[in-house]
Design a protein around this ligand. Structure first.
Ligand SMILES: Cc1ncc(COP(=O)(O)O)c(C=O)c1O
Length: 409
């Protein structure tokens, strides 16, 4: 094999891999000049919300301070009773899970498909009980869940579907944007996402009842504009500032191009490494448009010495800082969920009279063969819209070399 040189890749943690420029600065200046940094009086956040909703084909969008806050608003909107259950995925960011507990519901986990890393209708169905209040699906890495069977199941059971789209800007399933298929979609605008305001998020819905409840939840449940406003229910202040709104609005103009470029570069890498033994390219959900928040390969430990970790170690000195095993362990293996570290020593909502007569929710790793395999084998490659064809060709050469160096037999 010819000599493979290290690559210096753009990073989404700084200007090398982010698309900020004159457009953001101009809108920021306008906001500063206006003297209004608060979205309740300003116009920029509202403009972003309107445009984002329109772009993805929803009737409403409301911004939040983070993706976690967006998930919180979505969960609050289905208003679980204490001890109700919400089915979700064990392969996700903890910000997609803890809001369930804050809203007094218990996260219950469906297994993931080891090839797409997403939950399926089949694995969700196994976890539905009489306490199930909602289903939350996460379109991991920008690849959509197989939504038709999930929506069919949910509608047969009368359950709302919440879509965690934190990693899935521009992702579609059978032509529809994710976030508009279920009852509510939640997005993150955190530093490393397709588009960003540093921190931030938003929720979308076309259901007027969810729109109202989330709008209220994000703003202390004060009924602005109502004839007799009051604080109607327990709620937070998750309002985004106009400064974030300015950046969000400028970023939105660039989103289509950023997504298209990520896909084009990912397709190039897929074509270049498809024949590499022991390294499987991403499986795109049939009918889906994968927008590559990250580019994941699956490493076969029977073919590659050291499996995913060995492979990640081999990429590192050549400049590809991957994340073998993604979040390292399944979400319910983390202390907060494993040990029920919630409110004081109560173990609420796992324990208490509100669960009388209900079997305990037990997290048993043996029930998650797909998720366990998925995490064991995945190597998450960093990805962003500033990659050039040279970067991608260099990554391909590095992957090929690592696979050859580590090949068993
Ligand atoms: C799938 C998923 N859900 C939720 C979140 C939480 O978003 P944030 O970090 O903006 O609170 C993230 C982000 O990091 C995520 O990747």
């Amino acid at each position: 094999m010819t000599d493979v040189k290290p690559v210096n890749l753009p990073s989404d943690q700084n200007a090398t891999g982010r698309s900020f420029g004159a457009e953001e600065l101009e809108l920021l200046r306008k906001v500063i000049d206006s003297g209004t940094l608060n979205c309740t009086k300003g116009t920029v956040v509202r403009e972003f919300e309107n445009r984002f909703a329109k772009l993805i084909g929803s009737t409403s969008c409301r911004t939040t301070t983070s993706g976690t806050a967006a998930i919180h608003a979505a969960v609050a909107s289905v208003n679980p009773e204490p001890g109700d259950e919400i089915i979700t995925t064990p392969i996700t960011d903890m910000g997609g899970i803890t809001p369930i507990l804050y809203q007094t519901a218990i996260p219950v986990f469906a297994d993931c498909d080891p090839l797409t890393y997403n939950v399926t209708a089949e694995t969700i169905a196994k976890k539905i009980t009489k306490r199930t209040k909602a289903i939350m699906v996460t379109h991991l890495f920008g690849n959509p869940c197989d939504m038709d069977p999930i929506m069919e199941l949910a509608s047969a059971k009368g359950l709302p579907v919440l879509e965690d789209c934190a990693q899935a800007y521009g992702t579609t399933y059978k032509g529809k944007h994710v976030g508009t298929i279920g009852a509510i979609g939640a997005f993150s605008l955190q530093q490393g996402k397709h588009m960003t305001t540093g921190e931030g998020g938003c929720v979308v819905t076309s259901d007027p009842a969810h729109e109202r409840r989330m709008r209220l939840f994000i703003d202390k449940a004060w009924g602005y504009g109502d004839p007799n406003p009051d604080h109607y229910f327990l709620a937070m202040n998750y309002r985004m500032t106009e400064l974030q709104g300015a950046v969000a609005l400028a970023q939105l103009e660039k989103l289509d191009a950023m997504v298209a470029h990520r896909i084009a570069m990912a397709d190039r890498l897929t074509a270049a490494i498809s024949d590499v033994r022991g390294v499987a390219v991403p499986k795109v959900t049939p009918g889906g448009r994968h927008t590559y928040w990250k580019y994941c390969v699956r490493v076969d430990p029977k073919v590659i010495k050291g499996g995913s970790v060995g492979f990640g170690d081999a990429l590192k000195p050549l400049g590809v800082m991957s994340a073998p095993r993604y979040i390292q362990k399944l979400a319910f293996e983390c202390e907060v969920l494993r040990d029920h570290r919630t409110f004081g020593k109560s173990e609420f909502p796992y324990k208490g009279p509100h669960r009388a007569g209900d079997p305990p929710v037990v997290y048993d790793k043996a029930e998650y063969p797909g998720s366990t395999e998925a995490l064991a084998d995945v190597v998450v490659l960093p990805w962003n819209e500033k990659y050039t064809t040279d970067h991608v060709d260099a990554i391909a050469a590095i992957i090929r070399k690592a696979a050859a160096d580590l090949a068993i037999g």
